[in-house]
Design a protein. Sequence first.
Lengths: 140, 140, 140, 140, 140, 140
Amino acid sequence: MHLRRGYALDNSIVILVVEDDPMIQSIVLEALEEGGFEAVIASSGEEAVDLLTDGDRFRGLVTDVNLGRDRMPGWEVGRRVREIDPAFPVVYMTGDSAAEWAARGVPNSILLTKPFAPSQVVAAVTQLLNTPNAGASPNT
Amino acid sequence: MHLRRGYALDNSIVILVVEDDPMIQSIVLEALEEGGFEAVIASSGEEAVDLLTDGDRFRGLVTDVNLGRDRMPGWEVGRRVREIDPAFPVVYMTGDSAAEWAARGVPNSILLTKPFAPSQVVAAVTQLLNTPNAGASPNT
Amino acid sequence: MHLRRGYALDNSIVILVVEDDPMIQSIVLEALEEGGFEAVIASSGEEAVDLLTDGDRFRGLVTDVNLGRDRMPGWEVGRRVREIDPAFPVVYMTGDSAAEWAARGVPNSILLTKPFAPSQVVAAVTQLLNTPNAGASPNT
Amino acid sequence: MHLRRGYALDNSIVILVVEDDPMIQSIVLEALEEGGFEAVIASSGEEAVDLLTDGDRFRGLVTDVNLGRDRMPGWEVGRRVREIDPAFPVVYMTGDSAAEWAARGVPNSILLTKPFAPSQVVAAVTQLLNTPNAGASPNT
Amino acid sequence: MHLRRGYALDNSIVILVVEDDPMIQSIVLEALEEGGFEAVIASSGEEAVDLLTDGDRFRGLVTDVNLGRDRMPGWEVGRRVREIDPAFPVVYMTGDSAAEWAARGVPNSILLTKPFAPSQVVAAVTQLLNTPNAGASPNT
Amino acid sequence: MHLRRGYALDNSIVILVVEDDPMIQSIVLEALEEGGFEAVIASSGEEAVDLLTDGDRFRGLVTDVNLGRDRMPGWEVGRRVREIDPAFPVVYMTGDSAAEWAARGVPNSILLTKPFAPSQVVAAVTQLLNTPNAGASPNT
């Protein structure tokens, strides 16, 4: 769509993308930017948690699940950001860990199985942003 | 996406956008047109109600909530169009009136809080158009 | 089910029922109590708003729509309680005003058209109580 | 719950149950009546279609899928009632035909796999009755 | 969006489009490709069923309902693919057969009524792909 | 409702309830049995995991979150059962840990905040049992 990102420099909607594969990084980045988002890349879960802990710059998380042997997996990044903000939109990407989502994903998250079309990333992020308090705890 | 609008001149899907801020007008217009919709602007709620009352030209409403002191708010525009057509798709945009949605919005509407990414507008409109009778009254 | 109401005297879940017809009052009361709720009756919208404004005794609202000529309708009671608590569960009952719900009901409310089976009331209330922040405003 | 059926003799909510096994007939009947519904039994799909075609006495259908060799299956009963009323609530019960539901069930229906608890039948029927126009065609 | 299709030649997400009108063929094709999908056209239901039966090349189906007098309708194509894969995403397009969807569509499918905006096709396909096992039979 | 449990001794639907407070044990047990379920109590998370690992006797889990200092919390029981069966229905009960659900609950689970009415437990369990593959991983 090649939309302008947000409608003012200081009003952009910033999505944090956690991915260590440069090709998928660029695909997801391009898709989000065409959808009018600003995307920031973190190449490890540890870096992502640092960025998410530091202020409220981000409005959503798109994270690979498998971020390398002995490294923090995407499941843990999703859990950490939900401890900071229970309503935070979380999208996971995975090649072969889909079966783990039902046990390790957070409530009201979306799992994209690779390969996926770029518009699936934009649809997942917009769906979570447009839904009232998707991740908020109930009855409270 | 720069898609053709509808697939014939007389087949376009026309969305009414009610917004008095020229910058947001142009952002929303551009986003909808890139998504293949035709968008028509009304700059006041009163003008919007006139347009909506006059025939069945429109398939959806995207309205700012705060349309100026002493002017008809977007909440009222949403209510009026639902009196005409109970299933009409309604999307609200607001900067600081989000807390009012639960009391003044219509059922099965979507609220976008500013700032938002342009693709969120397209996603909101398509979600309501693709859902069976989202606003229709139940049990009837 | 004839379940104990809540599991301690001071732990009951209290639902406010607004209805001026004694027969429907007793049907709804009985259904809610069999479902383990405590039900309190208000026979007018004005009385209901007084009760709802005064503290946080109630966890849900079941209101008739038509509460008498020149009296506050159920639509207004629903709106008032959502101004106090945006996530408050709201269920409407109506004989012939179903068409108005799409314009006058609050978001994420449920409309029961008379006649209905008693278990439909319990199902409507439990569905709203069990859903995360059903009435909360999105994006906030 | 042993609720009164509807709240007047002429106001009961009647559900058509299509089942040829007497034991399951009585289980489903008892569950629906305890939930405040009136239940009418048809022991074949052909009889069910006759009853459904003749007037608007029924508000929902609960049908076994396998109704005997060379007899009309529950899938066909569901399709027939949706031709009469596109929003009609449809619940299927099956022992071993669950895999067929995705191909032969109607949209917005519910499938109960035997064995099921009696309250699952009541929950399925009330969920469909309480949802706006669950079976209605979209975009119209 | 003019996104790259998938992120490698052998990783594209292929959608089967069944449509006999060349103009709508090209609109839908263009919309899907702009959304990053690969689209393959079949001009009859019979051809579509042959393609779907032969391997697991496709990830979704977008089918016209009315494919010509005495020809297999889109309803039948949807049913056939769900017999092969109960979770397969199915989107129907129709001009005047919307009323039939509630009786002849498969569960968890989406119906687009012509005319529609191109982004509605992409939104329908991504929604079904992003939803867990939308068409799978329950309780199993 | 005092419904018969299942419709044969060997056909009952068994729900595992994990709770260390005898009063809440008896409330939940009674509610599930009135709804036609069979309920089995485990008083610790460790005991629950042993029972769930040993065969496929159970169809759903209702677990307290806080099961004692230094003991396995309900969050961990939910995660373990989803590793065994990704579609297993999971309901949590909590007094003061609701805020943790968005980070530690499993996808498509339901959280009940104490105090709750007994019918809320039955509604939560039946909703998850009646929904197609609620906990299954998507795209697979």
